[in-house]
Design a protein. Structure first.
Length: 74
């Protein structure tokens, strides 16, 4: 099973970017997708941005992740 997590692009440095996963920042490769800008949301899989997401879709997915996290911590 593969898992891709949405993240917001905070910085771009060539073909690398710094993204935010709900407060956790990581450097990832942006080399697989075109026209990524700061503020875009992307799906991250094993350190690579594999797809751009619409903001609304990304926020819905992040909300669901938060609900799962809260359910598992109780």
């Amino acid at each position: 099973m593969c898992l891709a997590v949405p993240a917001k692009v905070l910085e771009i440095k060539g073909d690398k970017g710094v993204v935010d996963f709900g407060g956790i920042r990581r450097e990832v490769s942006l080399s697989l997708i075109d026209n990524v800008k700061v503020g875009d949301y992307v799906l991250i899989h094993v350190g690579f941005a594999i797809q751009k997401l619409e903001r609304k879709e990304a926020e819905e997915i992040l909300k669901l992740w938060q609900e799962v996290s809260e359910a598992l911590s109780t």
